[in-house]
Design a protein around this ligand. Sequence first.
Ligand code: F6R
Ligand code: ZN
Length: 192
Amino acid sequence: MKKKDAASSEIMNPFAVTIGLDEGLMLGAKNHLGRRASDMRGYYADEAALEQLVAAGDPLHYEVFEVPVPEQAGHLMYCISKLLPGVVGDEYWMTKGHYHEVPGTAEIYLCLRGEGYMVMKTADGRADAKRMVRGQMVYVPPFWAHRSVNTGGEPLISFCVYPAEAGHNYGDIATEGFPQRVFRRHGQPVIE
Ligand code: F6R
Ligand code: ZN
């Protein structure tokens, strides 16, 4: 069934939202997703190190705050993504990563705080990684799966905007993985 678009719905009213740029939160967020170490099983190279982390209290890995809008073409979904610092073995903490369920939809990430990488890939074998630091905007084009990686000592906080109908496809990345991963080597991030 074709999804409705904004043009076929009632005109909604404007609204405004307060964002904590340094804290990485969105006041009045109705959707709050939190992923812990135990939610990341299967994503890191060093599975034993991840299990140690889970056993040691299963810390929060990352959070996403959203004030949702209708998931219809014409609307823009937006969120704050807050990825905490840490390593699993030698691999920096990262998000699961995903394609969009509607693959031809792009996304903009504006980094507000911290440092790291946006790691990206396409299904036809291309790979790229862009540095994220405060003030850096990363454009994730349509058809690129994307994952953020925190290589710093403080939260990596980004503001994201994408077409509201995009959705998330985690399944393909859970099986394919990303060809590029970011490890700490002699204290420095290295993309391998
Ligand atoms: C939305 C988007 C971000 C991520 C967030 C968490 O399309 O890319 O808001 O959802 O950074 O990462 P995932 O969704 O990969 O667990
Ligand atoms: Zn996305």
